[in-house]
Design a binder for this molecule. Structure first.
Ligand code: E4P
Length: 267
């Protein structure tokens, strides 16, 4: 499974590439706002070029902010044209940009994906919460689909009126026995959503890769890998947590204590 870095923060991106674990970068308007907010007077065009330079030839997602097809296509083509010489840019497009259920703009996302794909612009279809949304995005020509595991877990926990922390694994131990867990139209958890998307796209040999997104803890990353997600986009904090184990620390202390002088001084 490839690992993308889920951040727009240049320092975090540099670190992850320095560790050798980054295969790409995903950004969204909220992540960009956070990163730019830390840096007063930043030249955004230059900043994005630096991100692309650190990422080298690996894919970097830049999201559109318009909400109708005409605007999203225009913006996607502009972003691609502005930055494709500097790196491997793909354009993030919402599967459905409507703010409300059953809106006239329901199909604007799919129209945009098709138009950009027809122009040879790779698309990462975002805000995917059902396997059927993933199927439609794949049929429209998306290169990637991003099911949002953490946000589905949030919805399931809210519906079940559970108290939770954003980074808690779901379903937590004991939950199954103590609560009635509500599914979201057949989706049992964020990882279940990822698994169903992977199964569906693989079953029909659709040439679209699943990016497990909105991952908030290490166990979700493990399970995304185990259910066959092609890619997981992971926040830097979660990557750091993936490396830690109490027994690793304990083992390091003991091995360090036990070093015999002759071994350390071998020439
Ligand atoms: C990445 O493509 C998504 O935008 C991101 O993973 C969303 O994460 P969040 O739900 O934790 O904000």
């Amino acid at each position: 499974m490839k690992i993308f870095i889920d951040t727009a923060d240049l320092d975090e991106i540099k670190k992850a590439y320095g560790w050798g674990v980054a295969d790409g970068v995903t950004t969204n308007p909220s992540l960009l706002k956070k990163a730019v907010g830390k840096r007063e007077g930043v030249d955004l065009k230059q900043y994005i070029k630096e991100v692309l330079s650190v990422a080298g030839n690996t894919p970097v997602s830049l999201e559109v902010t318009e909400t109708n097809s005409e605007g999203m296509v225009r913006e996607g083509l502009k972003l691609h044209q502005l930055f494709s010489e500097d790196g491997n840019v793909n354009i993030k497009v919402p599967v459905n940009p409507s703010f409300e259920m059953e809106s006239e703009s329901d199909f604007e996302g799919l129209k945009t994906i098709k138009a950009l794909a027809d122009e040879g612009v790779p698309v990462n279809c975002t805000l995917v919460f059902t396997p059927e949304q993933a199927l439609l995005a794949a049929k429209s020509g998306a290169t990637y689909v991003s099911p949002f595991a953490g946000r589905i877990d949030d919805l399931l926990r809210c519906n079940a009126k559970l108290k939770y922390g954003k980074t808690d694994y779901y379903p937590a131990e004991g939950l199954v026995e103590d609560h009635v867990l509500l599914e979201d139209n057949g989706i049992l958890s964020g990882i279940d959503l990822v698994q169903q998307c992977v199964e569906l796209l693989t079953y029909y040999d659709l040439n679209t890769q699943v990016i497990a997104a909105s991952l908030r803890n290490t166990r979700q990353v493990r399970e995304a890998a185990l259910v066959g997600a092609h890619i997981a986009t992971v926040p830097p904090k979660v990557i750091s947590a993936m490396l830690r184990h109490v027994k690793t620390c304990e083992g390091m202390q003991k091995f360090t204590e036990d070093v015999v002088e002759e071994y350390a001084n071998l020439k």
